[in-house]
Design a binder for this molecule. Structure first.
Ligand SMILES: *Cc1c(COP(=O)(O)O)cnc(C)c1O
Length: 480
């Protein structure tokens, strides 16, 4: 991580004083959050550390400006500077990803997906429907026809990767809005290898005939061949939507190229900007010319006023991601995942799919006699921050789970390399080997409570502190 200048330190110190003059507890919590992030091994696969430039861009008066609409076509007056910011952000995104069109307004990954779904419905269903009915605008439909159109919009088919195979809840999971607004179905992974089986996906697509095929994941530790996914989508005339929320940084950093790069193959690509891409919390959408006009209607279709300060920070993050040093970072993220996976495998641990070729490592903790919940808590006791995750066909269900998901983006930003990630694997295995489930009243093993052997938390924290001190977060940043 690049050294933070004295000027930045003084800017943050003064900002905290300003905050403290109004609500000191918030200033205090903000200081404490920095201390906590500095002092823990952050292995949550969806988190990262944004640069001071990205963070500072979010703290300005752009936050105060309403700018519903699109560049040059706003529902509010006085948006000339927001227009500048949004234009620069989308130009950067188009160049960075080689996309025909970029929409940078979505507030989050979920907003990006919801906007993309409705844009696809508008393009594929509503447009042709209105044309058939001989009207330009849905307000010109009779009440009876409007009722029919609404019915049709609400009965389209969506096929995405199942949650326990590594998909995201917005990919058609029933409790999520995506599972309710669509007639949904899911594809999984091969029960033996844990890998995506393209022939099985193709078969399911032929049977189910979705309007939208969703590719992308939150917990699948492997690369996806998007050329194959496009071919499968084309076989039934489906729109291919790729949700690259997790791996956008690996696309931007040119680790995923050719058929592993979703942009040339998908009709619509959605993403977050804050995970491996290392930008501000937010979302964005890339699309082909064909889908651009409907995505551009994100507001008023789904969204309200864009977060102009965050769009500005996205522009800064995209500019950072265009640099060679970001490409080196992205390659290190992938290499470090190999080191972490290798560290687990050499110590006899079991990984879903037997390894990784992206930034995620999914450890199956059943061989330690633990549930994901027990493993997650025991690791946290030892200062290792992860999250529990289902494994395919999880015997412990979605609450207790059987897996722990690890990601390398955050600690790679701090400067961790091969030796540190191998050490992380050693520490994790040590903690899990020394954790035992408590017995329930009837003598069975508890799925929730556990005992971590004496001294293990302390020795893990000691070893972590050494690595964390050597690879400081925001080096040079000292708050007065
Ligand atoms: C994280 C994630 C999202 C949601 O992003 P939020 O910004 O939390 O709304 C969507 N899709 C995938 C695949 C993700 O991993």
């Amino acid at each position: 991580m690049a050294d933070v200048s004295a000027l930045t330190s003084s800017a943050y110190s003064q900002a905290l004083e300003v905050i403290a003059s109004v609500e000191p507890r918030i200033a205090e919590a903000t200081r404490q959050e920095l201390a906590d992030q500095r002092g823990s091994l952050k292995l949550i696969a969806s988190e990262n550390y944004a640069s001071p430039a990205v963070l500072m861009t979010m703290g300005t008066w752009f936050s105060d400006k309403y700018a519903e609409g699109t560049v040059g076509h706003r529902f509010y007056a006085g948006c000339q500077n927001v227009d500048t910011v949004e234009t620069i952000a989308s130009e950067h995104a188009k160049e960075l990803f080689g996309a025909e069109y970029a929409y940078v307004q979505p507030h989050s990954g979920i907003d990006a997906n919801l906007t993309a779904y409705w844009a696809i419905l508008a393009h594929r269903v509503e447009g042709p429907w209105l044309q058939n009915a001989g009207v330009k605008n849905m307000n010109d439909l009779s009440e009876a026809d409007w009722e029919k159109l609404r019915n049709e919009l609400g009965n389209q088919r969506l096929l995405g990767m199942s949650l326990d195979a590594g998909g995201h809840l917005t990919h058609g999971f029933r409790p999520n809005i995506s599972g309710k607004m669509f007639h949904q179905n899911q594809y999984g992974t091969d029960p033996v290898t844990g890998l995506l089986d393209y022939d099985a996906v193709a078969k399911k697509v032929k049977e189910f005939k979705p309007l939208i095929l969703v590719a992308g994941y939150s917990a699948y530790p492997r690369r996806v061949n998007f050329a194959k996914m496009r071919e499968i989508a084309d076989s039934v005339g489906a729109t291919l939507m790729v949700d690259m929320a997790h791996f956008a940084g690996l696309v931007a950093g040119k680790v995923f190229t050719g058929e592993e790069n979703p942009v040339p193959y998908a009709h619509v690509v959605t993403s977050t900007s804050h995970k491996s891409l290392r930008g501000p919390r937010g979302g964005f959408i890339l699309a082909t010319e064909e889908y651009a006009p409907s995505v551009d209607r994100g507001c008023p279709m789904v969204l309200g006023g864009p977060l102009s300060h965050v769009m500005a920070a996205k522009a800064v993050a995209f500019a950072e991601a265009k640099t060679e040093s970001f490409q080196t970072y992205a390659q290190n993220v992938a290499d470090n995942a190999q080191s972490l996976a290798g560290g687990f495998l050499s110590r006899g641990a079991k990984l879903v799919t037997g390894g990784t070729d992206n930034h995620i490592v999914l450890l199956d903790v059943t061989s330690f006699g633990l549930t994901g919940r027990q493993a997650e808590s025991a690791l946290l006791d030892a200062g290792v921050v992860t999250n529990r995750n289902s494994v395919p066909s999880d015997p412990n269900g979605a609450w207790y789970t059987s897996g722990i998901r690890f990601g390398t983006p955050a600690l790679t930003t701090r400067g961790f390399g091969h030796d540190e990630f191998d050490k992380v694997a050693e520490l994790v295995v040590d903690v899990l080997k020394n954790t035992t489930p408590n017995a329930t009243k009837d003598g069975a093993a508890s799925k929730a409570t556990y005992t971590l052997a004496d001294g293990v938390a302390a020795r893990t924290k000691g070893a972590s502190a050494e690595m964390l001190d050597k690879n400081p977060l925001y080096p040079g940043l000292e708050l007065s």
